[in-house]
Ligand binder design. Sequence first.
Ligand code: DAH
Length: 343
Amino acid sequence: MDQLIQQIEEYKKEIAGATASSAEELENFRTRFLGTKGIIKALMAEMKNIPADQKKEFGQIMNGLKVSTEEKFETLKSAIGNTTNGKEHTKDITLPGDTIATGARHPVTLMRNRIVSIFQRLGFAVAEGPEIEDDFHNFTALNISENHPARDMQDTFYLSQNPDWLLRTHTSNIQIREMEKGNLPIRIICPGRVYRNETVSSRSHCFFHQVEGLYIDENVSFADLKQTLYFFVQEMFGKDVKVRFRPSYFPFTEPSAEMDISCQLCGGSGCSVCKRTGWLEILGCGMVHPNVLENCGIDSTKYTGFAFGMGVERPALLKYGINDIRLLSENDVRFLQQFTSAT
Ligand code: DAH
């Protein structure tokens, strides 16, 4: 016991006089005294050789040694922290910080959100539907029967596993799925991706996005349709925009129309974007055909409604000054990065 105490006194002196001028020296101090194979552990192990009546005294001495060593370690550590030798301060804190890359919304997403939010303010709720659809919901229920020439208007991708399945050619399938639920009145806006077997070029792609709208209630009229769409384009393109409706044909609406807005690039005087007409076609619309209502179990003598469908890519190209539709699906970061602050 006496021998041990003498040794401990020597260690105490060594500890009190210890210095560390680098992280490495500090670590050496720690392993020598406080490590799992260090001096204090080894001394503690002597406890079993100490006579019982002296165990208590020895324990107190060891405790004191341990506490003062730990304190010394902390003192040395904080001293190093204040010098440039310590690990903590090897960085130049005057350097500019690392750039944190924030993501950007895709221009198609930006345009879709703009369109959807205008209709949401009018009380339209967002509805979505499947991209893999069956023939009934994409065609038949929309009054496009099997041999209807309108099927040629939209070159369809069929699934090889089952000829009844296809990639939807328009978002009008969502109308059908919502009407089938039978919760009237219906006032929905339906964004989604659609597919058509078309040659890919700078102006058209084999997949793109549409936003469909549907309003079914008692006494819905063509005047409601016009006013709703007029409100939309004014919110979207500004109060000065001019609109015109041209009679058109869609199997699922009667009467049907296409809506043009005055060209946003030349203001109506004629340019290459509007093919010198001064007008840009932006959507198709009409009063929901009674056959479509009946196909979904809705009484067409009681209810009427209007529907419309528009593309998302065209207005996005116009708004953001993009000259090739393919850029929208190539995921080139140099292109996408340009939209970090776009709205
Ligand atoms: N489904 C049509 C298309 O893809 C767009 C359309 C036109 C949707 C008129 C409608 C509508 O709901 O009423 O070309």
